[in-house]
Ligand binder design. Structure first.
Ligand code: ZN
Length: 164
């Protein structure tokens, strides 16, 4: 395992069926700030914002929220306070005339290669089986040396994505 994934300026993953998911340089730079590479760094996270590229199956993550007041953070847990993050989603949607949209969620893990916890799995499943949405959603975990992404569709299982 290397830290290579954080040395490039962007990350691109192959999507389940076609197209790719790209984490833009600006989004990756923000995520990089929260990598839990020191014992005092607590888990961090937020929601993912971005765009579907017209006429393709490509999606770009170019925005995200970061920990806000009301979130609960510790070395091994992160709970997002829903309301403040939702306000950012609503504002981004309005200001972009509906092109900048909610794409999913991200959080960090204090381990080299992130493995979803039981709570992560439960939370993701609740989203996939309870929430009303038509577009795929993505879950990103930022480990210390590796970034992992899963793609989910309503009422279907999550699929891990391969880094390109
Ligand atoms: Zn987790």
């Amino acid at each position: 395992m290397t830290r290579e994934e954080f040395s490039g300026d962007r990350l691109t993953f192959a999507r389940v069926s076609a197209g790719c998911l790209q984490i833009s340089p600006s989004a990756l730079a923000v995520m990089r700030l929260y990598v839990q590479d020191a014992s005092e760094k607590a888990e961090a996270g937020g929601i993912l914002l971005g765009r579907h590229i017209l006429g393709t199956n490509d999606i770009i993550v170019d925005g995200l929220t970061t920990p806000m007041p009301g979130d609960r953070r510790s070395r091994f847990q992160f709970f997002r306070a829903r309301r403040r993050h939702q306000e950012v989603i609503d504002r981004a949607w309005q200001e972009s005339s509906g092109t900048c949209t909610y794409l999913g969620e991200w959080h960090t893990h204090p381990e080299l290669c992130p493995i979803p916890s039981r709570i992560d799995r439960l939370h993701w499943q609740q989203k996939l089986f309870r929430d009303q949405f038509d577009e795929p959603i993505f879950f990103i975990i930022i480990g210390i040396s590796k970034v992992c992404v899963w793609e989910g569709y309503r009422n279907r299982r999550l699929m891990p994505l391969q880094l390109l």
